[in-house]
Ligand binder design. Structure first.
Ligand SMILES: Cc1cc2nc3c(=O)[nH]c(=O)nc-3n(C[C@H](O)[C@H](O)[C@H](O)COP(=O)(O)O)c2cc1C
Length: 185
């Protein structure tokens, strides 16, 4: 059986940590080892029909990368490597995003929306929206129709909820990802 591809961007390692947790919960038989996007090309990502993609939030809701003040290459630099718009039609993607709701209450997890919008524009089917219940923030671009567009994790102020949030999200999203793995495009 083909696996779920798992890729993330990170500046200080938290998004890697969450990707590893998700991977561990899914198991190696189902999900490929999470890889930092700064180590791959778009062609490598396109080998997967089913993906879990993770991002922190930096800047005014920009795609994380050097322009948003990051010191490490992130999603921005990964995306800049391809000169053509990639084709994700027939692929299914679930997103997770990290942010800090107290410190960045006005733009909580906003980068997640940028990435979501981009891959939707590439033709991907996006699954895994998540309730905003239990979070406290003034504004988040990552809310669409009253729900986050992916799993939202705040390790800084709500790390105690991380495991239960991942478990509840996977309970929703795993069947959808497995269904797609079984019936690729
Ligand atoms: C300079 C800076 C800017 C940030 N901007 C935002 C933001 O706009 N929205 C948000 O929710 N979190 C923001 N954060 C919080 C990070 O997204 C959060 O700490 C995340 O867990 C970092 O993930 P990483 O360790 O994978 O880089 C910012 C953090 C820093 C240091």
């Amino acid at each position: 059986m083909k696996k779920i591809g798992m890729f993330f961007g990170t500046e200080t390692g938290s998004t890697r940590l969450i990707a590893k947790k998700i991977h561990k919960k899914l198991g190696d038989d189902i999900a490929a080892k999470p890889v930092n996007v700064n180590r791959i090309t778009m062609e490598e990502m396109l080998q997967y029909d089913v993906l879990i993609l993770g991002t922190p939030s930096y800047g005014e809701g920009a795609i994380p990368g050097l322009s948003a003040g990051c010191l490490e290459p992130n999603w921005e630099e990964f995306l800049a490597k391809s000169d053509q718009q990639p084709d994700f039609s027939g692929k299914r993607i679930a997103f997770f995003g990290l942010g800090a709701q107290e410190r960045y209450s006005e733009r909580f997890c906003s980068s997640l929306f940028k990435l979501y919008e981009l891959f939707k524009g590439y033709g991907a089917e996006i699954v895994g929206s998540w309730s905003t219940e239990g979070y406290t923030f003034a504004h988040s671009a990552a809310v669409e129709d009253g729900r986050f567009v992916g799993l939202v994790i705040d390790e800084r102020t709500q790390g105690r909820f991380t495991d239960e949030r991942i478990d509840a999200w996977l309970a929703q999203v795993k069947p959808l990802l497995l269904e797609k793995l079984a019936t690729p495009a």
